[in-house]
Design a protein around this ligand. Structure first.
Ligand code: SF4
Length: 374
């Protein structure tokens, strides 16, 4: 497209990077000096880009500017945010509050979501028989053996961590935030387990230390949601986000990539939907087939498509480019224990996956929000 106000001879260079390169080139040659006319030309170039590419280039410029503010990464990472706020890396200690899940105990369903492990997707969480203080002390000791650490996130990961009477939850949460080095309380739960009394408690805790609530949405598609036996509908998710945000609580959403039966279009529809929700973080999780799950029997009886590493990385590139740059990325791979992992086995080497992804983003000049449009 072109701008109706521009004649062919006035058509500007196609990208801002090109106009930046022209200025850089002139400056290197000693011919560039910042006078009113060159500055005006640059401003006009910005304006013309918007006309020339119907708004897309100016959005790319915005994305580029944001990319430069995320440290060495091309995406808005949780580590980046935490280092900015706390001045150092903040480490997660995974805790087990000894709860169960309404999708397992028969309240909503039996057996749970089809991908969920017997430990309620909390395979790295602490020992439920130990107190929260003991689990935190143990987590700290393990982390400090490798490096000096001073800041932690107390992360209730296993099962549904708001699914218990409020006095019990209050005791757990208070014990977790009592430790001065615990900066944040992070709670994984379901949208249908955030009743009014729980919200009142979360609000109180959030006034003492920041509370993050993680919601396992996985997909917006009702057919997939019923296949994975998620056990709640999209309205429950939207209500939960609205209630949490009205209290100023940070919301992080889990989305699973490559669920059986979902096309790239389906997955991108979920991502686009989340782009426009009032959420602060996202976990992009590659589907893991774990031993002793319903998904494992499905996979054995009706094998479904599991991407190889390059396919996954290329698709992650598409997701990252399309993701609203304001949303913090908390995860880009899977997080299952290697002894339970049936497929994809390459996902067990998280370091290789992330290094390959970072190289790929650089080679392809991809950054978060590059293809995001309001
Ligand atoms: S809601 Fe969470 S804990 Fe419950 S079955 Fe599903 S994945 Fe497991």
């Amino acid at each position: 497209m072109t701008c109706p106000n521009l004649g062919e001879s006035l058509k500007p260079p196609k990208t801002l990077i090109e106009s930046g390169a022209i200025i850089h080139h002139l400056s290197k040659k000693g011919k560039f000096f910042l006078n009113v006319s060159s500055f005006t030309t640059f401003l006009l170039a910005l304006y013309f880009h918007e006309c020339y590419d119907n708004g897309q280039i100016i959005k790319k410029f915005k994305g580029l500017a944001q990319m430069n503010h995320w440290g060495e990464k091309r995406y808005h990472s949780m580590d980046y945010d935490l280092k900015t706020i706390y001045g150092e890396k903040v480490y997660k200690i995974t805790l087990n509050g000894g709860m169960t899940c309404p999708n397992r105990d028969g309240t909503v369903g039996k057996g749970g979501c089809i991908f969920c492990s017997s430990k309620g997707s909390g395979d790295f969480a602490g020992n439920a028989r130990a107190s929260i203080s003991e689990q935190i002390a143990c987590g700290k000791e393990a982390l400090q053996r490798k490096r000096p650490v001073h800041s932690y996130i107390a992360y209730f990961q296993a099962f549904t961590n708001t699914y218990a009477p409020v006095p019990y939850l209050k005791k757990l949460y208070r014990e977790a935030i009592r430790d001065p080095e615990v900066r944040i309380l992070s709670i994984a739960t379901r949208p249908d387990c955030l009743g009014e009394d729980v919200l009142v408690l979360l609000d109180k805790i959030n006034q003492i230390k920041p509370v993050w609530i993680e919601l396992g949405l996985q997909t917006i598609h009702s057919e997939t949601a019923s296949y994975i036996r998620r056990g709640y509908d999209l309205t429950a998710f939207e209500d939960a986000v609205r209630h949490l945000r009205s209290l100023g609580i940070t919301v992080i959403v889990h989305m699973i990539l490559y669920l059986p039966g979902e096309s790239r279009k389906d997955m991108l529809e979920t991502l686009d939907y989340l782009n426009h929700m009032d959420i602060q973080g996202i976990k992009l999780q590659l589907l893991h087939v774990l031993k002793d799950t319903v998904l494992a029997s499905e996979y054995r009886n009706h094998p479904f498509h599991i991407p190889d590493m390059m396919e996954y990385i290329q698709f992650l590139g598409v997701c990252i480019a399309r993701l609203n740059p304001r949303i913090t990325i908390h995860r880009l791979t899977g997080d299952g224990p290697s002894e339970l992992l049936i497929a994809p086995l390459w996902a067990g080497n998280k370091r290789t996956v992330l290094n390959t992804l970072h190289r790929y983003l650089k080679e392809q000049d991809i950054w978060q929000g590059k293809e995001y449009y309001d």
